[in-house]
Design a binder for this molecule. Structure first.
Ligand code: SAM
Length: 506
């Protein structure tokens, strides 16, 4: 058996000719990453390999210890619960092909059951105990698919009739832009009496979903239907079940998307932060300094690149941090500045400085994707970092995306932070000081909820233009521009959601 906690009866094997048609139906992209989360003897891996997909592009998981004859044709991991593996592989693959185990959750045990009951449906509820293991596999596999990716699964006919399956179907429809269900009336597996469905889902992350269905009598017709889908055509007899309106927009907390940390704490800003005039007076070389943003007004646009930073430098801003590299310590000017620090120029007794060794090496934030101000007269916004090596001192927050993301995705978050619903929520969190300064702790910023929308290439332009309006004091116009962009990216639901959020914070 596969595992002491999953009954052997859950394991049925996919006929190779069906596996071939399922792999084709995925419409794999070149260089894509593939996943079979319950590989068994590797019937899908064999078909992927036959299509020339490299072993390094295929992840294959199975709880059964193996080994299997096709293990070398993929990055095969055996003896592991897929649900556990998936926790570390969210949005990690482009295509999933699977035949998940079919067994009532009441017959699964131990940690495997705990993990299955932890799986959530799109309405946020946990999978019920009445459900079947295939549903836990399917929902978990969806989480592994990257935006734009696809999934093909052969599932029991319970997909159509089981009570627990209704919300599973909804979850699939909310996760993909197109779902095609091929319902085969006759049994395809020796141990299973009923027919099966093949669910083919494309365009992970799309805002709306078209759901189509075709009913076929047997294996031959199932394969023919999948082959048509593989060629981008509808199988004959396909009907559109419903074209979904965009689903209600999901909201994510900002701290689910990014880390928000305080910038570098020098311990003595007067000594460590310099402007260009001071740098020149001390003749400090570039290797002794880090370009740094040190004031909220340094966030002068949607993106801070070399040009923007140079303007701040030329305007006299304190945009250098004294941070001598080891090689710079021999430099006479650096030695002179260190001596000046030791002779009273720097407050060496400051707690942050006494704690570190050497005293002049301010710990820097790691990778930085952008900056935000936690203390300003205006509500926070995202300024992206476009200058390599640029950091910030502790008057600013540094932002790091939790996942590697594209420039368009970074800019999309910037636009979302300017939408009226997010501004209203930020306003609610602000602590207003007597002089009109608005203060935010990182945790308060992190708890703000942003809508989940698809990134678009024009996000950088919209972010730039809306930020210009914001910095000119035209906040309402900036928000209107951001709202329009989000709505035009295909989600009218956002407008509803944004206005209802507004209502409840008013
Ligand atoms: C229905 S069989 C499919 C096998 C093969 N992919 C096929 O289509 O012929 C399901 C497979 O899931 C594996 N399995 C069961 N529970 C699992 C778990 N929690 N994690 C990973 N694999 C599991 C079983 O060992 C079995 O190989």
């Amino acid at each position: 058996m596969s595992h002491e906690h999953v009954p052997q009866s859950s394991t049925v094997f996919t006929p190779p000719e069906l596996a071939a048609a399922m792999v084709a139906a995925v419409r794999g992209k070149p260089n894509a990453l593939w996943l079979d989360p319950c590989v068994g003897d590797g019937v899908f891996v064999a078909q992927m390999a036959a299509r020339g997909i490299d072993a390094a592009q295929i992840s294959a998981i199975d709880i059964a210890p193996g080994p299997g004859a096709l293990d070398k044709a993929a990055l095969t991991v055996r003896g592991v619960d897929f649900l556990e593996w998936a926790a570390g592989h969210r949005a990690a693959v482009d295509h999933v092909v699977m035949n998940p185990p079919y067994v009532a959750l009441s017959r699964v045990q131990g940690k495997l059951l705990d993990r299955a009951l932890d799986v959530r449906l799109s309405d946020g509820q946990h999978l019920p105990f009445k459900a079947n293991y295939w549903a836990a596999f399917l929902l978990t596999a969806i989480e592994c698919v990257r935006e734009g990716g696809s999934l093909v699964a052969v599932l029991p006919a319970a997909w159509d009739f089981a009570k627990y399956a209704t919300r599973v179907r909804q979850t699939v429809e909310r996760a993909f832009g197109e779902v095609l269900v091929v319902r085969c009336a006759s049994p395809l597996f020796p141990k299973v009496q009923e027919g099966v469905v093949i669910v083919v889902a494309f365009d992970r992350g799309a805002q709306s979903c078209t759901n189509r269905r075709v009913e076929v009598p047997g294996l031959v017709e199932t394969i023919a239907a999948l082959e048509r889908i593989a060629r981008g055509k509808e199988p004959p007899g396909t009907s559109t079940v419903r074209a979904f309106a965009p689903p209600p927009l999901a909201l994510h907390r900002l701290d689910e998307i990014v880390h928000i940390h305080i910038g570098a704490v020098t311990g003595d800003a007067g000594y460590f932060l310099l402007n260009e005039r001071e740098r020149k007076e001390w003749r400090l070389p570039r290797s002794a300094l880090r370009p740094t943003l040190s004031r909220s007004k340094h966030l002068a646009g949607a993106a801070i690149g070399r040009k923007e930073w140079a303007e701040l430098r030329d305007q006299g801003g304190r945009v250098w941090m004294f941070w001598p590299r080891r090689s710079a310590l021999r430099h006479a000017a650096v030695r002179a500045y260190l001596k000046h620090g030791k002779e009273g120029g720097c407050n060496l007794a400051a707690h942050k400085i006494t704690k570190r060794d050497p005293w002049h090496r301010t710990p820097l934030p790691g990778r930085v994707d952008g900056f935000m101000s936690g203390m300003s007269k205006r509500l926070p916004f995202l300024a992206l970092r476009e200058m390599p090596g640029l950091t910030a001192s502790n008057t600013l927050y540094v932002i790091r995306f939790k996942k590697r993301v594209t420039q368009a995705e970074k800019a999309t978050l910037g636009v979302l932070l300017l939408t009226s619903s997010v501004r209203a929520e930020l306003a609610r969190h602000a602590r207003v000081y007597a002089d009109g300064l608005l203060k935010f702790e990182p945790s308060e910023l992190g708890s703000v909820r942003v809508p989940v929308v698809r990134a678009r290439d024009d996000a950088a332009r919209v972010l730039r233009d809306a930020t210009v309006l914001l910095l000119a004091g035209r906040e309402a116009e900036a928000s209107a521009m951001a709202d329009d962009w989000v709505v035009s990216s295909g989600s009218l639901a956002l407008k509803t959601r944004a206005s209802s959020t507004k209502r409840c914070v008013a």
